[in-house]
Ligand binder design. Structure first.
Ligand code: ADP
Length: 328
């Protein structure tokens, strides 16, 4: 029996290098070994974006194009839209009955979001319940592994707690899911903070070469290295962090060149830009095809949602039966 995977992304814009290295690249590889469900989690996008839903449709399309161009294969994996499988929402409601408020209030991911988005005490019920909905996304397919970036690990721990609590209260029907991290599970943004759409510090994987080059050019390097010959400090330089991630074969040489003052920041950035632009050459080519054929993208996700729904229905029925909610 193959293991089961669920992972999702919020349709909040084009995917960035963090989404790619922290999750998407791993999803593509895992398709061979696991039965995979990949969800466009549009309900989750509402937790912070309920006041600009006019962007949703376009964001969903762009994100799906990114997924398929990166190698998500609908022949191998089920690709779904969360709100097209309403069983996610119903299981979320059942789970919300057995989730202590304290688990959600002390959630460090929420605290980070409150800080980053400047929400202060002003948070909504839906955002507080984000991990409960995520537990439902994962458990409705009885997934045992969830490939995500480091920022999501605590949410998976909450999903495990909810599964454990359900199993001990009613019946042992849910596996305890585990996070599956990649080699690079936290990609910094061009400002050094975690790369995130909400912080506007991203490099999109679909950016045309010229834009990627400009973004890399604008990155702040070691502020003490002003002239070409000044010795640099790669350990505190964000461009060098990127060299380490994307150009590991050359990173020793680059570090030595920077420290000795032989390699200047402009040249170092040029090397990085070339590597990054090449890395996504094939991706950009495939993207052109899907951009011209949006109907294909739509058909895949509608079919995928139907397929997912059949499985989700079964699990929901099982859960309701375990809770004595079958009255016939
Ligand atoms: P964002 O924070 O940009 O809105 P999402 O919350 O939609 O991104 O995350 C989608 C996936 O990408 C999740 O698995 C998340 O862990 C991963 N991810 C997001 N940002 C990063 C990052 N900077 N480094 C590694 N993984 C990331």
């Amino acid at each position: 029996m193959k293991g089961i995977i669920f992972s999702g992304m919020r349709p909040t814009g084009k995917l960035h290098l963090g989404n790619y290295l922290g999750a998407l690249e791993n999803w593509v590889k895992l398709q061979k070994e696991y039965s995979c469900f990949f969800g466009v989690v549009d309900l989750h996008a509402l937790t912070t974006g309920y006041n600009h839903t006019e962007e949703l449709k376009e964001n969903i399309k762009e994100m799906l194009i990114d997924w398929f161009s990166a190698g998500i294969d609908p022949e191998k994996s089920t690709v779904l839209i969360q709100s097209y499988v309403p069983e996610h929402a119903e299981l979320h409601l059942l789970f919300s009955m057995i989730t202590p408020l304290s688990w959600l209030e002390r959630n460090p991911v929420l605290k980070e979001q409150i800080r980053d988005l400047g929400l202060k005490e002003n948070i909504d019920y839906g955002l507080l319940g984000y991990p409960v909905l995520m537990a439902s996304d994962i458990l409705i397919y009885k997934s045992n592994a969830v490939p995500v970036g480091e920022d999501q690990v605590h949410h998976i721990e909450i999903a495990r707690e909810i599964a454990r609590r359900f199993n001990s209260l009613y019946k042992n029907i849910f596996p305890l899911p585990e996070a599956k991290l990649t080699r690079i599970s936290r990609v910094p943004g061009i400002d050094g903070k975690r790369m995130s759409k909400s912080l506007k510090n991203t490099i999109s994987i679909s950016d045309p070469p010229k834009i990627m080059e400009q973004e890399i050019k604008s990155m702040i390097t070691d502020t003490q290295k002003i002239k070409l010959n000044d010795p640099g400090h790669p350990d505190i330089c964000i461009v060098f962090t990127y060299q380490n991630i994307f150009n590991p074969d050359q990173s020793r040489e680059i570090s030595a060149g920077c420290q000795s003052g032989k390699l200047g920041c402009v040249e170092c950035k040029k090397i990085l830009a070339k590597i990054l632009i090449n890395k996504f050459d094939g991706f950009r080519e495939k993207r052109k095809y899907f951009e011209k054929n949006p109907k294909i993208v739509q058909e895949i996700v509608i079919e995928g949602s139907k397929k997912a729904r059949k499985i989700a229905k079964k699990t929901l029925e099982e859960a309701k039966k375990a809770m004595n909610m079958n009255y016939e």
